[in-house]
Design a protein around this ligand. Structure first.
Ligand SMILES: [Zn+2]
Length: 713
């Protein structure tokens, strides 16, 4: 093995430099067949780990580093999800080995995130992981930045990416000191001092705020303050603004004059979310608002019955909107969808998801606590999983079409059952995700309103929406939003292509703005016909066959495909678990049956469709383990596989097996060519979301987290 020093990461930080130089000399010793230094590594670990990671990343062999090799054996078991109990010491050693693997480009960000999340579950004392993580993240950041500002912002990016609790910046500054990074100037900023005070003395929040306006406080704290504390801040300011507004309202005032008074108070008290926009002002938020005038009977008729009571006052007090802002809480990436449309008098939220990768929900903005209603496009966790968190405070309605309401309830209950979210965030009262509770899931269930395809409803002051079929999964819709003539189309996840379950979406092309699902933008089309062929071929020659698939949508698509191919008549096709529950719920039937309770092993004749498309757990994984060594058996993977999930490992050769493994990729999103054709035919602003695409393609807008696009002023 040729050793090139130039491949070692570089930094101007002397401490990190020294660590890397020592790793390099250990590598050289090891390759010469000499013993490496006995001195502990940077994290107090065995020095072999870093040298081992480097040698392997360069394609060499490090058989002599037996202690590192033993740690690697555990690490590989963790990656294959086969490790049973991992002790605290072993877990930290694996994290360290994985971290060096990341530095030396043997592993990527996703591998590191998987490992970190594994550690969050495996180690009960989170402070141990936290201490390690602080050092690791500052270390990594110093390979990219030299100043404290750069280091802090990169660490913050990592925390969000990993789904880790947000550190107190003051404590992070102490870690910086260990690296001789001068963080003094950074933490001396009034913003950081304020955050520290609020975090440490949350019971004296009001005093800590002093005479700052809401806008000032929000600006100062928005990066490093945990969301639940930001929400507390908003409540304090809102109460005091409402109290002042109430004092200006007289009994004989008309609602119009009252609205004017309230608006002025809010403007004067700096009740802004950013430098331009005042937060929505509502008379009904006051403890004794003036009586509403009669409702326009035509408008009233447009409102679905169940919504009328809640919207009554909002409709009565609506004034004309001058400004429409579209705020991207979930950014452009797949994971946690959330888009807020704000007007001067109200707002609506389109979807509120939970990222399966890091259990993050969309970014918190103050407008989130002032919305009139939530519109849910479809019942996938990355679009609905944040609802229980939202319902910690929100008391309004959420709307959807068809089966979405029923499936959402089933999925959220299932999520709690399988332990979502993970510790320690579940226990961290300042992390909003800790509000994902049974109580809030019940609130979600109770506050649902069913809308009808093609029928317009007023879901906020002057905000009309019309649901249109999206052909993604049962119940999925796109929403056409009309605010005083300005039209915004939110496609949600949608599929223009015809599939075995749906005819394909047919959406309008004339909105002023289209926010669309760009899952396959710019990628190669896949062949649905070939998928049927693969499934058919595998099933003719193997048995039993296990088809792990997502419970919602994919399982039904597979079952109908098996029915169409005549397989359900030749073989014993069964559906199990959540997939069975959802299939019954949406009323799709065919010549298949549920898995019998007493059936513990699969026979040659059996074809099992079971939930857990990435094989992370459940029946598909259980039966795979039973037939792993059976060359007659087959597994057909058929959906998206996130890196390092057992399904991904199986497909990429990381999971030893003798059974046949096939990938018959199906998708419930529009194919690239049809998507491009449709988007090209659209007028207005084009915003791509829900995409793994790295940069904004020509002519499209790709929003950042919390980005605001203004449509009307
Ligand atoms: Zn979806």
């Amino acid at each position: 093995m040729d050793l090139e020093k130039s491949k070692m990461p570089k930094t101007k930080n002397t401490i990190v430099s020294k660590v890397l130089a020592k790793v390099f000399s250990d590598v050289e010793s090891s390759l010469r067949g000499e013993d490496i230094s006995l001195e502990a590594g940077f994290f107090g670990e065995n020095s072999e780990l870093a040298a081992y990671a480097y040698i392997l990343s360069e394609g060499g062999e490090a058989e002599s580093l037996s202690q590192a090799k033993a740690v690697d054996a555990i690490l590989q078991r963790i990656y294959r999800d086969e490790a049973s109990e991992v002790s605290e010491d072993n877990m930290i050693a694996c994290l360290t080995l994985g971290f060096y693997g990341l530095l030396f480009a043997k592993y990527d960000d996703e591998d590191f995130r998987y490992l970190y999340r594994y550690a969050m579950r495996a180690i009960r004392k989170y402070s141990v992981v936290e201490k390690w993580l602080k050092k690791a993240l500052v270390f990594e950041s110093l390979l990219h930045h030299i100043d404290s500002e750069g280091v802090f912002s990169r660490v913050l990016f990592w925390l969000k990416y990993l789904g880790a609790p947000i550190f107190n910046p003051m404590v992070l500054a102490e870690t910086c000191q260990e690296f001789d990074v001068d963080a003094e100037k950074y933490i001396e900023q009034p913003e950081i001092k304020l955050i520290d005070t609020i975090r440490r003395h949350s019971e004296y929040l009001e005093e800590a705020l002093g005479k700052r306006s809401y806008h000032e406080t929000r600006n100062a704290t928005k990066d490093w303050l945990p969301d639940a504390l930001s929400s507390e801040l908003l409540s304090i300011y809102r109460k005091s603004a409402n109290d002042e507004a109430q004092s200006k309202i007289r009994d004989d005032m008309s609602p119009k004059d009252a609205f004017k008074q309230v608006s002025e108070v809010f403007k004067k008290t700096g009740f802004q979310s950013n430098s331009e926009s005042v937060l929505p002002v509502r008379l009904q938020d006051l403890h004794s608002p003036p009586d509403p005038p009669a409702i326009d009977p035509i408008v009233f008729e447009l409102i679905p019955k169940k919504l009328r009571m809640d919207l009554l006052s909002a409709v009565a007090y609506s004034t004309k909107t001058k400004r429409i802002e579209v705020i991207f809480l979930g950014g452009a990436r797949i994971g946690q969808s959330g888009i807020l449309i704000k007007t001067d008098t109200g707002g609506i939220l389109m979807d509120f998801g939970l990222s399966v990768a890091n259990h993050r929900i969309p970014e918190w903005v103050p407008e989130l606590e002032m919305i009139d209603s939530v519109l849910v496009s479809h019942s996938h966790l990355d679009h609905i999983g944040g609802l229980p968190v939202l319902y910690e405070k929100y008391t309004g309605k959420w709307c959807s079409v068809g089966f979405t309401g029923a499936i959402t309830k089933a999925l959220l209950q299932d999520a709690i059952k399988v332990g979502t979210p993970h510790l320690p965030r579940k226990k961290d009262k300042w992390d909003l995700v800790s509000r994902f509770t049974h109580d809030n899931v019940d609130k979600v269930s109770k506050n649902h309103v069913q809308l009808e395809l093609g029928k317009s409803s007023e879901v906020g002051p002057g905000i009309l929406v019309t649901p249109i079929d999206a052909s993604h999964i049962p119940g999925s819709v796109s929403y056409l939003v009309d605010i005083e003539g300005v039209k915004i189309l939110y496609t949600g996840d949608f599929n223009i292509d015809k599939s075995v379950l749906f005819p394909g979406a047919n959406l309008p092309t004339d909105p002023d703005m289209i926010i669309f699902d760009g899952t396959y933008w710019g990628r190669v089309d896949f062949d649905r016909h070939k998928v049927s062929e693969t499934i058919s071929d595998v099933i003719q020659t193997s048995g039993p066959v296990i088809i792990p698939s997502f419970a919602v949508g994919r399982s039904q698509e597979i079952l109908v495909t098996l029915d169409n191919l005549g397989i359900t008549r030749q073989r014993n096709v069964m559906v199990a678990g959540l997939a069975e529950h959802i299939t019954k719920l949406v009323g799709i039937s065919g010549n298949w049956q549920g898995l019998k309770k007493n059936k513990v092993t699969l026979d040659k004749e059996d074809v099992l469709v079971a939930g857990g498309g990435m094989m992370g757990g459940g029946l598909a994984r259980q039966h795979f383990k039973e037939h792993r060594k059976n060359p007659e058996a087959a597994v057909i993977l058929c959906g998206y596989l996130a890196p390092r999930t057992p399904g991904w490992n199986l497909l990429h050769g990381y999971e030893p097996h003798d059974c046949q493994v096939e990938y018959a990729r199906l998708s419930a999103h529009s194919s690239a060519s049809n998507l491009e054709k449709y988007i090209k035919s659209c007028k207005g602003k084009k915003v791509i979301v829900h995409t793994p695409y790295p940069d904004a393609p020509k002519g499209l807008i790709m929003p950042e987290f919390q980005e605001r696009i203004i449509l009307k002023t």
